[in-house]
Write a protein that binds this ligand. Structure first.
Ligand code: SF4
Length: 304
């Protein structure tokens, strides 16, 4: 039985369900083998593990990975077990030819909310060579098309290496092509996103710098795999909400400026700003989404 070892349960749990994988990537650290290892957990043991995870960390994201998880015939049964237990199931797939139409439907039926797929080069020659597998790249694109047709959201993972760092713009273009192909996704299959804006330029925060916000918002509006729903801000910390209020005002003004430049109101209907100590000022300045964890659950304990 798993127990909580920290006061803050993990949000993401990854289980390498098998080390079997038909590929032989140059950077493989999983010592992938063509055959499954005899000491892998059985289906019954795996179900018990998932039940433990769901009980110890309710609602966590659970990633079934490998090796190639679809090398196991029962991986989607494990995924369905996790979905039924309330976990947010994800699948890390690397082998495109395993993503057949039937398998993609089964992935959706198992309640898998997202598939990640690794692709490190924009062209077939380099991709195939890296995976030591002729036909890898073409199969990857075909498999991603099947995922898209089945309405299963997916994301691409790329390991940035000396051998591909100069090719990142071309990989970005490939992502754009896949995004364009997602134009026919049903409305409900496209997740909504917020663009985080970094108004204060803090080194500890992420987000679009103010002078980049117009361009990034325009790209987000044009993206077809997602729907832009608004802007988000994490202002510099201050106990006094009147000190934070000017940052909220600036985000509201940015929204008004973007509306004035023709960004559709539907893409800017949310302003996500304000936390437990300053949500009242944030709401007064137009916030539609606040994060009030401390006000509800108390201060988070930290490990010593
Ligand atoms: S797909 Fe993953 S497990 Fe398979 S060879 Fe490549 S890195 Fe290793």
């Amino acid at each position: 039985m798993l127990g909580r070892t920290t006061t803050r349960p993990p949000l993401v749990v990854a289980w390498e369900v098998t080390r079997a994988c038909p590929l032989a990537c140059r950077h493989c650290r999983a010592v992938a083998q063509p055959e499954r290892h005899p000491a892998e957990l059985t289906l019954g043991e795996g179900r018990a593990l998932i039940a433990d995870v769901a009980q110890a960390f309710p609602g966590a994201v659970a990633i079934l990975t490998g090796g190639e998880p679809l090398s196991r015939p029962d991986t989607l049964e494990l995924a369905a077990t996790g979905s039924s237990a309330g976990l947010q199931m994800a699948l890390s797939v690397d082998v495109g030819w395993l993503l057949t139409r039937e398998t993609c439907s089964a992935i959706r039926e198992a309640g898998v909310g997202r598939v990640s797929f690794s692709i490190h080069f924009p062209d077939a020659a380099r991709s195939d060579r890296f995976a030591s597998t002729p036909g890898f790249h073409r199969a990857a694109l075909a498999g991603l098309a099947e995922l898209r047709a089945a309405g299963v959201p997916f994301q691409l993972h790329t390991t940035v290496m000396r051998s591909n760092v100069a090719l990142l713009p071309r990989l970005h273009a490939l992502v754009g092509e896949l995004d364009a192909a997602a134009a026919d996704l049903p409305e409900g299959a496209r997740p909504e996103i917020l663009v985080q804006v970094d108004l204060a330029g803090e080194a500890t925060k992420f987000g679009a710098p103010l002078d980049e916000a117009d361009r990034i918002v325009a790209e987000a509006v044009d993206a077809r795999a997602v729907r832009l729903a608004g802007l988000m801000l994490l202002p510099p910390w201050n106990e006094d909400q009147e000190q934070t209020r000017p940052w909220f005002v600036r985000l509201r003004e940015l929204r008004e400026r973007l509306l004035g430049r023709g960004v559709p109101a539907s893409a800017l209907r949310h302003l996500s700003m304000g936390m437990s100590h300053d949500f009242e000022a944030a709401i007064e300045e137009g916030s539609t989404i606040v994060r009030v964890g401390t006000a509800i659950f108390g201060k988070r304990e930290t490990r010593t």
